[in-house]
Design a protein around this ligand. Sequence first.
Ligand code: T1G
Length: 684
Amino acid sequence: MAGLVELSVQEGGIARIAIRNPPVNALGHSVRAGLIEAFDLAAADDEVRAIVLLAEGRTFPAGADIKEFGATARAPSLSDVCTRIEDCEKPVIAAIHGTALGGGLELALAAHYRIAAPDALVGLPEVTLGLLPGAGGTQRLPRLVGAAAALEMMLIGRPIDAAEASRLGLVERVADGRLRPAAFAYAQDLLASGAGPRRARDCTDGLRDPQGFQAAVAEHRARHLHSPAPAPMKIIECVEVAQLLPFDGGLAFEASAFEDCLQSEQSQALRHLFFAERRAAQVPETATAEGQGNERVAIAGGGELAASLAVACLDGGLSVILAAPSEAGLTETRDHVQQIYMQLMAQLRLPAAKQAERMARLSGGIGLSALMQADYVIAPLPHDARAARTALIPVANALPAETPLGIIAPGQAIGPLVVGCDTPGQIVGLRVAGDPHLQRLFEVVVGPASSAATVASTFKLLKHLGRVAVRQSGGRRSLADRVSAACLHAADFMLVEGATPYQVDAALVDYGFALGPYRRVDREGLEYAGTGAGVLGEALIALGWPGEATGRGYYSYDPKGGAAHEDEDTLLVLEELRREHEITPRAFTAAEIVQRCTAAMANAGAQMIEAGSALRPSDIDVAMVHGAGFPRWRGGPMMAADQAGLLKVQNTLTALTDEDPDFWSPSPLFAELIKNGQHFADLN
Ligand code: T1G
């Protein structure tokens, strides 16, 4: 059993089968083989009368080993293991703690009985990976809990707690003390009562109401008709089959559906992002420095951004000190924090008791002295470079040299900002698109002088806050904004050549973006594009275009979301540019719009890899998915380029180079990877 699965027989003839595969007891091949061996031995041992299946460490298995997907599947499959467990002639009790997810919950469903720790969570999140529960979950779960609850769990993928699982009949007991003694006591009770194996495959509780079952299937089918990934509809089909076919027929159907999902580009993209989000935290600095503790975070300054940062830290369980310049500022910021929590409570996303507990961890002070006790200081700075330096220097120079200082200075490079600070090594930049308490992505801007300790402490803090942190260096704007600006630039060229902003937006929304680039400019102003956004943007700005001042886009959408209409100045500039470049306007297909915009984004990403602004292509993907609405099931611009084929993307860029060599010339990285038969993924 290679040590990953241990079998021992306790007093009373109860076998203990324990999985030990840190960090999350993923059900990789060795674990699966070990489980088959352990159950064979336990079944053959006459001394054994019942079996308790449990896991060491932080959690009952959190799923199949996602790293194995994409490689050749190796027997025994997890479905085989589940069948082996369910077929056991002796009662099998699964003792669930931590987060029993995916294949981990399926393993527990194959057991005959389930007992959970009070704080355990169980769930089937496969759909978030573009997959479906492929180890019998789509057949066993509906038999236990019915179609409605089963579909809810599998299509949303969100775990439920032990109490909810017990209410649904998914677990038979919730331990009221320590899990293991309770599990063995449960096994004794079952033996004493003469209870034998109770197999989910034979359970009909969830199939008792055929009409209700079919209605739930029909309702979810209608809801997921246009899902871009195959998994949701496949899950619905598997659940439908659970009612229509014998169990083994359903298992076979599920296996085939699982394989279809596994091979889909959407699942490959979603699995890529799962690891990309975790890989982003692997930065050179954490190899040489240990981040320091971050129990107390101080926010220097006041206002809504400071309040949102405070909420993000309070939600992460930290103590927060608001260091405002004045009593009035402190009161205002504190009120903002209160308003945010009131809003979250109104949305039923936060119980009142939790809000009170968090507010109790919020304190405040006036001036720099309030910062001195903090383990980490965050300082939002003014947008103007001079004002930013004026605000930064006293804060930085008042702090102890080893206190990490994360500054938020949109549109400004870190290097020039820290000139005049006594210890620039303690400073990094933070970039967050939107409200920090709602945004998962933080970009960590490493300045030329930023120390490894400061960077490591920043990544440690952001991990503690459950954020996705991506390292970047150089440049005045975030990785996401730079790639988004390239998309807008590519779109501008097409406007000059005859496309309309609506066609561009519609094509990219159809591709999967939440907003097209022009709608986004209209809503956010050129903030994310900045000057040099594109030939049209530059021409418009040169004409003193009002949009730059009013934050309005090249043309304005009806604020109520109705039809858009072009602005006169936009049309005039377009005519002028067409005359100047002797362009005859032509129509563009949606496919061509997407091809050009995605090629421009991949090229911008490649250039940032080459320049060392970003560590790896998957960091660009994470930044774009979380920071710019790139469709998650496409994996990000670099993954999309790999799936489209790098030679094809390079050819798109080359064909456009005459239009503007500076913008369209393909990064040499394309030729290098193509020559070696590699992909961007090989650089991750
Ligand atoms: N496979 C492989 N590695 C995994 C893993 C998994 N299932 N889950 C986590 N890891 C690694 C992760 O990459 C990281 O590695 C480390 O464990 C800690 O994870 C057949 C098909 C369990 C809630 O989708 O949701 O079962 O970066 O940083 O924040 O039907 O991990 O340290 O090298 O996320 O405390 C279904 C995925 C799989 C659950 C813990 N299961 N995992 O969160 O730690 S498909 C899932 C999570 C399946 C079957 C189907 C979270 C977590 P490293 P972490 P965390």
